[in-house]
Design a protein around this ligand. Structure first.
Ligand SMILES: Cc1cc2nc3c(=O)[nH]c(=O)nc-3n(C[C@H](O)[C@H](O)[C@H](O)COP(=O)(O)OP(=O)(O)OC[C@H]3O[C@@H](n4cnc5c(N)ncnc54)[C@H](O)[C@@H]3O)c2cc1C
Length: 486
């Protein structure tokens, strides 16, 4: 009889683990607390508008790489229409100066020089560095060849492994410094990580899939089911059972006990280690990661459905405030409006969608009684502030907003269980560059972890890779051949 596996979580990592587990001959069941697959890779429908949470770019979307072949194996990429717009975003300060971050490097260079001739040396170096990063490939199993290919990029990595302020400190022109600083800022991460996304998009290797996030998850769910796996929705795991330091199954929140030969947790890392396993399989190193690594912040995510075409509105606009604004209990220095007009599958003809997210303080939202009066008031207040800021920028949109939606950090916890509402796991900071956490816990056999909490930087590629790695690790422990193609 085939060994049985229970996978906790039907997000991108859980679906990947499920697919490779089935391919390797395990009797596999995914337990998912929500009623749909995808976890954070999701979208929701409100009165004909599809508000897409996740996908901005899918790294390694160009055929020819090991990561692309992995996407093919899990059924993610086949048939997708991937698009890359003309520019990543426009950054504007309230005085009116504006920078367009074009993907095309000659255009980007001219744009930067338009703002500051005196920074021509910095600008040439910056554009040349982006050109070098464009050659990067996201490795699947880090091979010697991958390491050799990375050598020309090491000097660029070292240069940009710092925060945005350090990079722009070399810029002399104050306007360019301010605009570029906001353009490169992504939750205080290492600029290399931000530039990687920008550069790969410019290289046509990180496209946006038309249809958005949810179809990606549904394609993988389809592949998993076709391989003979099963998914049990609305099944919330409360603890992982062990016997003699071996994982034996899970207990669900309704008290049901499910047993299996192996368990893979593809859900929140903190809950897995400290709640479901009661912190019994955790050493100082792991405790150190959870104490010292910085998670992506929780966010409020505001979605607006507008009764008007948005073809004339910038795709992505970051506005730098003269004075910080308090929204959602947190001081905001900028706001970025994302116009989804490049994906007409998301909204009715002649209409449009704008979304924005703002990092906020988790404790501030946590202390409001979830769904209570105060919570609702704060949600509404944040929504109105975002709308006012949008109308301030685009007065023509006045009277066209017909559908609104606000997700708070508590919404993220409720639907995905991620620690402190984090939206993507661990940040890539200058000190935690592409860092991988162990997929096995000390002292516990037949148990593996995968997902965005097992590597810094989060994201769909990392989650899919880690699901595959967890199954490889399981095959090794059970002395079973791993049956992935690559
Ligand atoms: C706003 C935003 C923008 C993003 N943009 C991009 C992008 O452009 N490109 C990109 O690659 N990535 C992007 N990401 C990140 C990407 O969505 C995630 O890193 C990835 O989807 C994480 O997958 P996962 O399986 O590791 O975790 P999750 O998606 O968190 O999946 C975990 C699953 O476990 C389930 N679960 C949790 N607790 C339990 C329990 N007790 N019992 C049963 N099930 C449970 C959850 O419901 C969930 O389905 C973005 C994310 C957000 C929020």
């Amino acid at each position: 009889m085939a060994p049985s596996v229970l996978i906790i979580g039907g997000g991108m990592s859980g679906l990947s683990a499920g697919i490779f587990s089935r391919m390797s001959g395990f009797d596999t069941k995914i337990l998912e607390m929500h009623s749909i697959p995808g976890g954070l890779c999701t979208a929701w429908n409100r009165k004909g508008y599809t508000f897409d949470l996740c996908i901005h770019w899918l790294t390694s979307s160009r055929p020819g790489s090991a990561m692309y072949r992995l996407y093919e194996e899990v059924g993610l990429i086949q048939g997708l229409e991937l698009v890359t717009p003309e520019y990543w975003k426009k950054v504007k300060e309230e005085q009116g100066n504006e920078l367009t971050m074009y993907y095309e490097l000659d255009k980007l260079k001219s744009e930067l020089l338009r703002l500051s001739r005196e920074d021509s040396t910095f600008i040439s170096g910056f554009c040349n560095d982006i050109k070098k990063i464009r050659k990067m490939q996201v490795p699947v199993d880090l091979t010697l060849l991958d390491k050799i290919k990375f050598i020309p990029i090491i000097s660029v990595l070292k240069k940009y492994q710092v925060d945005n302020l350090s990079v722009v400190s070399q810029v002399q022109n104050p306007v360019l410094r301010k605009l570029l600083s906001a353009g490169l800022d992504w939750e205080g991460q290492s600029v290399f990580f931000t530039l990687m996304g920008f550069a790969l998009q410019g290289a046509g290797n990180a496209g946006y899939p038309i249809g958005g996030s949810l179809p990606l998850a549904k394609s993988m769910e389809k592949r998993f089911l076709e391989l003979g796996g099963s998914i049990q929705y609305k099944s919330k795991v409360e603890s992982i059972t062990t016997d003699n330091n071996r994982a034996t199954g899970v207990r669900l929140s309704d008290g049901t006990l499910l047993s299996a030969d192996c368990v893979i947790s593809c859900a929140d890392g903190h809950s897995t280690i400290f709640d479901w396993l009661r912190g019994e399989y955790c050493d100082d190193t792991i405790k150190g990661y959870y104490k010292n690594l910085k998670p992506f912040p929780p966010i409020i995510f505001v979605s607006l459905g507008l009764n008007r075409s948005l073809a004339d509105i910038p795709k992505n606009l970051t506005v730098i405030f003269n004075n910080p604004v308090m929204i959602g209990g947190t001081e905001q220095k900028t706001i970025t409006f994302r116009n989804h007009s490049n994906d007409p599958t998301l909204y009715p003809e002649g209409k449009g969608i704008i979304t924005t997210w703002l990092p906020v303080n988790y404790e501030w939202w946590d202390q409001l009684d979830y769904q209570g009066e105060l919570y609702k008031v704060e949600k509404e207040k944040a929504l109105q502030q975002v709308i006012n800021l949008l109308l301030n920028e685009f007065p023509d949109l006045s009277g066209t907003i017909e559908v609104t939606d606000v997700a708070t950090p508590m919404t993220f916890v409720r639907y995905t269980g991620n620690w402190k509402g984090s939206y993507e796991g661990w940040l890539v900071t200058p000190g935690s560059f592409f860092f991988e956490l162990p997929l096995k816990l000390p002292g516990l056999t037949r148990f593996y972890m995968a997902g965005q909490w097992t590597t810094t930087g989060g994201g769909i590629p990392g989650s899919i890779k880690s699901g595959r790695s967890a199954v490889k690790s399981m095959c090794k422990e059970l002395n079973q051949p791993f049956k992935g193609k690559n």
